[in-house]
Design a binder for this molecule. Structure first.
Ligand SMILES: *Cc1c(COP(=O)(O)O)cnc(C)c1O
Length: 357
């Protein structure tokens, strides 16, 4: 606390990211990173770009990266907005699209950065409870509102809505924007991006993606949003009032190569999905309840165990998962899907904990 803080700083409750412990030999299953490396082509492009040109500012528009994203998804470059990680994209979305007279709506259990942005920007919000099985109840998001935002699949539950439910929501909710955060879409969820193609692109749908999860580039910091060109133009106005160069030369070069290596994405995502299905089966046989997941993590509880204790017992064995001390979900752990070897270690540790409990 300092008397030199501005009044707003005193009221903030910052987001707490999952820890990045520096200890070695940890099984780190707490921040939904990919257990596999990024595309070797992305690494080569970053090496290639590490040259004297770094004395020069990068392209402030990121034109080549926008074109690569547009080509991959069948969109126009003017439908693409870039940011330093999708968290930065989301920050601009809250300020530029969701700060309205009416409150923004998001689920009661969802990405915990959303209420943090609301606080920072002075945005009113309403939380819409998930159903009893943690499903997003799209029908409960009702107009009037200042906008709707949720991840699909949702975080930290991993549960997804079919695209038809989102289309139905869009058809009811025509007077505010609908933001779908598709951070985990590559692990078996239907993307809404096809809705944005061609002349029928809705004016009020924006989809946010990150290269941090399925493209294994959390350390590079690249995210993007796609939507109607007029929404993108609004976001560009915010970005150009904040930081003209959110993406450095290395990030732009690496991201282009990563986006163009769809094969690497498909191979690594398929491995994660296979490991997820194996982990789900093993946990079920140990008596865990598991929320159906199409993400690179699962949300699970054991009916006879206290969430915080399980979390600590795993930690004592060098396995870090995520536990949220939040109403409705204290009993649950969010476990990132790691390699098969990490999964074996996790299962062995859980068996040991359950026997001694
Ligand atoms: C991880 C995550 C993000 C942020 O990713 P960046 O690393 O900032 O690109 C955004 N939304 C959700 C739901 C996430 O889980």
């Amino acid at each position: 606390m300092s008397r030199f803080w501005s009044p707003v700083v005193q009221t903030l409750t910052p987001y707490i990211p999952g820890e990045q412990p520096q200890m070695e030999r940890l099984v780190k299953l707490n921040t939904n990173e990919s257990p596999y490396g990024p595309s070797p082509k992305a690494l080569a492009a970053i090496h290639e770009q590490a040259n004297n040109d770094l004395r020069l500012y990068p392209d402030p528009e990121g034109a080549a990266l926008k074109k690569a994203i547009a080509d991959l998804h069948g969109l126009l470059p003017k439908q693409v907005f870039l940011g330093n990680g999708s968290d930065e994209v989301l920050a601009h979305v809250f300020l530029g699209l969701l700060k309205q007279a009416k409150p923004v709506q998001f689920p009661d259990i969802t990405y915990s950065f959303y209420p943090v942005y609301c606080k920072l920007f002075g945005i009113d919000y309403q939380t819409i409870p998930l159903g009893s099985n943690f499903e997003i109840q799209a029908n409960d998001f009702k107009s009037p509102n200042g906008g709707v935002i949720f991840p699909n699949p949702n975080a930290p539950t991993g549960r997804a809505l079919p695209r038809t439910d989102i289309e139905a929501l869009l058809s009811r909710n025509t007077d505010s924007v609908v933001i779908i955060d598709e951070a985990y879409v590559d692990y078996g969820t239907e993307s809404c991006i096809p809705l944005l193609r061609g002349p029928s692109c809705p004016e009020n749908l924006l989809i946010v993606h990150t290269l941090s999860k399925s493209r294994a580039l959390a350390g590079l910091r690249v995210g993007f949003a796609v939507g109607h060109p007029a929404l993108i133009e609004g976001l560009e106005r915010v970005k150009n009032s904040f930081n003209s160069y959110p993406l450095g030369r290395l990030a732009q070069a690496g991201a282009i190569a990563a986006i163009q290596d769809q094969e690497h994405l498909e191979i690594t995502s398929a491995k994660v999905i296979a490991t997820r299905e194996r982990l789900v089966a093993e946990l079920a046989s140990l008596g865990f309840d598991i929320v159906p997941s199409t993400a690179n993590f699962i949300f699970t509880r054991h009916p006879k165990q206290v969430g915080a204790k399980l979390y600590q017992a795993l930690r004592d064995r060098g396995i870090i998962v995520r536990h949220f001390q939040t109403a409705r979900i204290e009993a649950f752990l969010r476990i990132t899907i790691g390699t098969d070897e990490q999964t074996d270690e996790l299962i062995a540790a859980l068996k040991e904990i359950l026997v001694s409990a």
